[in-house]
Design a protein around this ligand. Sequence first.
Ligand SMILES: NC(=O)c1ccc[n+]([C@@H]2O[C@H](COP(=O)([O-])OP(=O)(O)OC[C@H]3O[C@@H](n4cnc5c(N)ncnc54)[C@H](O)[C@@H]3O)[C@@H](O)[C@H]2O)c1
Ligand SMILES: [Zn+2]
Length: 333
Amino acid sequence: MRVLVTGGAGFIGSHVVEALRAHGHEPVVFDIRTDPTADVRSPGAVRDALSGVDAVCHQAAMVGLGTGFADAPEYVSRNDLGTAVLLAAMAQAGVERLVLAGSMVVYGEGRYTCARHGVVRPGPRTVTDLAAGRFEPACPVCGTDLEPGLVAEDAPVDPRNVYATTKLAQEHLAAAWARSTGGSAVSLRYHNVYGPGMPRDTPYAGVASFFRSALARGEAPRVFEDGGQRRDFVHVRDVAAANVAALTAGPAAGALTAYNTGSGTPHTVGEMARALAVAYGGPEPVVTGEYRLGDVRHITADSSRLRAELGWKPEVGFADGVREFAAAGLRGD
Ligand SMILES: NC(=O)c1ccc[n+]([C@@H]2O[C@H](COP(=O)([O-])OP(=O)(O)OC[C@H]3O[C@@H](n4cnc5c(N)ncnc54)[C@H](O)[C@@H]3O)[C@@H](O)[C@H]2O)c1
Ligand SMILES: [Zn+2]
C-alpha cells in the first residue's frame, strides 16, 4: 500500500514511516520540515503528493501548549486549515482511507468518580486553587476528593486549550469528510508519546522531553505541581504500530472511529522524572509546585477498544522504554 505520511519527518511520523516500510508498504513523506513546499495548507502540493496514494496517515500538526494565546492563529492554520485542504484534495483524488493523529487532549480532565455522586466532570482548575497548591480537582457537587479512572472513547469531549481545540476540530472535519465521501477515518487518540527522536524542549514539546533535556544539560528535571499528575506514557514504536494496524484494518466506511492509544498502565509525571533521572545517571528531580494553566491533573486511557478491534497491543514496557529513551538522543541535539 502506498501511504502519504504528512509530518513524516517529525517525531512520531518518522517512526510510522519506518514501521510501514518494515511491513512492506510504501510510505511517502510529506513534511514542511524537510521540504518547504510540502505544506498541508497548499492545495497544489497536496494534490501532487496524493498521486497514486491508497491511504493518508495525517501526522502533520503544530503540537504542544505554545507560548500563549497569540499562537492561536498558527495552530488553527496548520492543524485545521491544513486538515481541511488535505481532506478536500483526498475527496478530489478519490483517496478513501485516512488515519489521523488524534490526541487525548480532546477529553480535558480525565474520568473521576465521587464516592457520593458517581462519575462527575470537574471544570478547569482555578488559579487560586493552583497557587495554593490545591492540585486535585474536587467534586463539583460536594467538593470532596475524587478517584481518577480510565477514560474511554465515549467520554464527553472538553478541550481546554487552543491546541486541544484544533485536535478536536480535526476529528470533526475528518468525520464530515467520511460522511460526505463514504471514506473511512480513524483517529488514534495518542496519550503521552515518548521515545527516541523526541524533539528537544520547546514550548511545543511534551513533559518527557523537558525532563530528558534537563538531564542532557546536567540539570535536575523540574517537576511541576506535586508530581502526582497521572498520565499514560506510550512508546513511540507502539504508536507507530497502531498506525500500521489502523491503515491496514477494514474500518467502518462513511464514519470516523476513535481509538485511545495508550499503554494502559498509568504513571505519574513524578515517576517519569525519577525513572529517567535514574536511567540517565543524573541529578534527582526537583518538585517545584509550579503549574501551567490549561494542564489537566489526571488523564489516563482505556485502550481496550484498540486492542479488541485492531488486534494491537503495546510491546514496550515503561522500564525498558525509559531506559532506552535515557540513552537515545533527542531531535535537535
Ligand atoms: N507527541 C505526543 O505525545 C502526541 C500526543 C498526542 C497527539 N500527537 C499528535 O501526533 C502528531 C505528530 O506529533 P509529533 O509529536 O511527532 O510532533 P512533531 O512536531 O515532531 O511532528 C509534526 C511534524 O509535522 C510537520 N508539520 C507541521 N506543520 C506542517 C504543515 N503545515 N505541512 C506539513 N508538515 C507540517 C512538522 O514539520 C513536523 O515534522 C501531531 O498531529 C500531534 O498533534 C502527539
Ligand atoms: Zn461529590
